[in-house]
Design a protein around this ligand. Structure first.
Ligand code: GRF
Length: 203
């Protein structure tokens, strides 16, 4: 399978996925790394890994639709089977999502449906939660609302702050994202008519 990864920041999730492709955990290859931010750390990681990159600077587009059409056009020649959002900080339009229904994944740093949106670690701390975590889900038109694939938890410890908690969750992301992608690439994980199945069993 051919993977496209979209990222806006440091790219530690992309790195974990690239490493998993290199060691065979994910029997696939990353054919392109896309970013909406020139200079994003993920682009340097892509260069070092010898992976082609495309940059579609969202500041060049007046509307989300125009940005999505431009990104779709850049991805097209790379013919990805699966598009992986990894720290991608753009809200995608139904136009983009429809192009990759059932083959568009995202990872969100919370135990969805808790804390969709931003600043999830600070919100979990403020709520006095005892645990936090990350969720891999299929992307649908509902922001951070797509059907979950895999979730993992970490304890919140008394002297945690948003940074220490984010770091603990990020470690978790680097484990569950490659796992979920590997399931999809191996044909074990499917989204059919809104239902997520693993090995044919509804999750
Ligand atoms: C992190 O906040 C992570 O929780 C979320 O995206 C952000 C950037 O991650 N998934 P990365 O290091 O760019 O993969």
């Amino acid at each position: 399978s051919r993977l496209a990864i979209l990222a806006s920041g440091n790219g530690s999730n992309m790195q974990a996925i690239a490493d998993a492709c290199s060691d065979g955990t994910i029997p696939a290859r990353i054919t392109v790394i896309g970013s909406n931010r020139p200079g994003a750390g993920v682009l340097e990681r892509a260069r070092r890994a010898g992976i082609p990159q495309v940059v579609v600077d969202h500041r060049d587009y007046a509307t989300r639709d125009a940005f999505d059409r431009a990104m779709l056009a850049e991805l097209e020649p790379h013919a990805p089977d699966l598009v992986v959002l990894a720290g991608f900080m753009r809200i995608l339009t139904p136009l983009f999502i429809a192009s990759f229904r059932g083959r568009l994944l995202n990872i969100h740093p919370s135990l969805l449906p808790k804390y969709p949106g931003l600043k999830t670690h600070a919100r979990a701390l403020a709520a006095g939660d005892r645990e936090h975590g990350a969720t891999v889900h299929f992307v649908t038109d509902e922001l951070d609302g797509g059907p979950p694939v895999l979730q993992a938890r970490v304890p919140i410890i008394p002297d945690d702050n948003a940074d220490t908690l984010a770091a603990r969750v990020l470690e978790l992301e680097h484990r569950i994202y490659p796992q979920a992608i590997s399931w999809w690439v191996k044909g074990r994980l499917r989204l059919t008519a809104g239902e997520v199945t693993l090995d044919g069993k509804t999750m």
